[in-house]
Design a binder for this molecule. Structure first.
Ligand code: HEC
Length: 213
């Protein structure tokens, strides 16, 4: 009996699946016309919603400006702490607080929880140290990189390189890492050694074959 039921199911699939369902037919028909080139770009074109366009080389080059830990890609320009104070007040304080103390939901940027060099046992996972620039960032160069590309939050990439140098100088000075007389440029920024430098190890893994550099 069970065998007979199974055979009937197979028979029905063969006999009934050939096109008696009007709704499925309509759907299939619309896919067929879609595939046949009813969409701009023709069959196979990646234009389902006709949005976007191929990125021009000039556009990707303009965006490819990340600065690594060694700071080799740092741009020309310079900025003083005094100028950085003005930039910070105008473009950063509304979120990060007047003195970099942070505001609800916006991170604290300024603070050194321990004087001097942190100890070898220094562990963020188990300590209550705040992840400020003074406590946590291993490189000053990547601080510049982050600010240049990601801040201010609502208008990333809008600052001049001089202003990024200046506000970086202010933040390093406010974290008691450099004196407030230092003018930052590519060379002086590369020379800054961060208090948390030894708490990180360089990632020396080679990019794998599928990873784009
Ligand atoms: C509209 C609010 C806003 C403004 C204005 C703003 N930021 Fe931020 N900032 C944020 C938020 C939110 C984050 C956290 C982003 C994340 O974690 O993805 C952040 C993160 C940061 C960090 C990283 C903090 C850390 O250690 O993880 C730095 C540095 C920073 N901002 C600097 C600046 C500077 C410099 C300016 C001014 C030029 C600025 N921000 C302006 C909202 C703001």
């Amino acid at each position: 009996m069970r065998m007979a039921a199974a055979l009937m199911t197979v028979a029905c699939l063969a006999a009934c699946g050939g096109g008696s369902n009007a709704a499925a037919d309509a759907t299939n028909a619309s896919f067929a016309s879609y595939d046949a080139g009813a969409v701009p770009g023709g069959p196979g074109a990646q234009q389902l919603y006709a949005l976007g366009h191929a990125a021009a080389d000039s556009a990707t080059t303009a965006m490819n400006q990340d600065i690594g830990a060694d700071g080799l890609e740092l741009p020309a320009g310079s900025g003083s702490v005094a100028r950085g104070v003005l930039v910070y007040k105008a473009q950063c304080a509304q979120c990060h607080g007047a003195q970099g103390e942070g505001l609800p939901t916006f991170p604290k940027l300024v603070g050194r929880d321990s004087a001097g060099t942190p100890t070898a046992e220094f562990q963020f996972a188990t300590s209550n140290k705040t992840k400020t620039i003074g406590n946590y960032w291993p490189y000053a160069t990547t601080l510049f990189d982050y600010i240049k590309r990601a801040m201010p939050f609502a208008a990333p990439g809008s600052m001049t390189d001089d202003d990024v140098y200046a506000v970086t100088a202010y933040l390093l000075s406010a974290n008691a890492i450099i004196p407030d007389t230092v003018v930052l440029n590519a060379a002086t920024l590369r020379a800054v050694r961060m208090p948390a430098r030894d708490h990180f190890v360089p990632d020396n893994r080679k990019p794998n074959a599928t990873m784009k550099e």
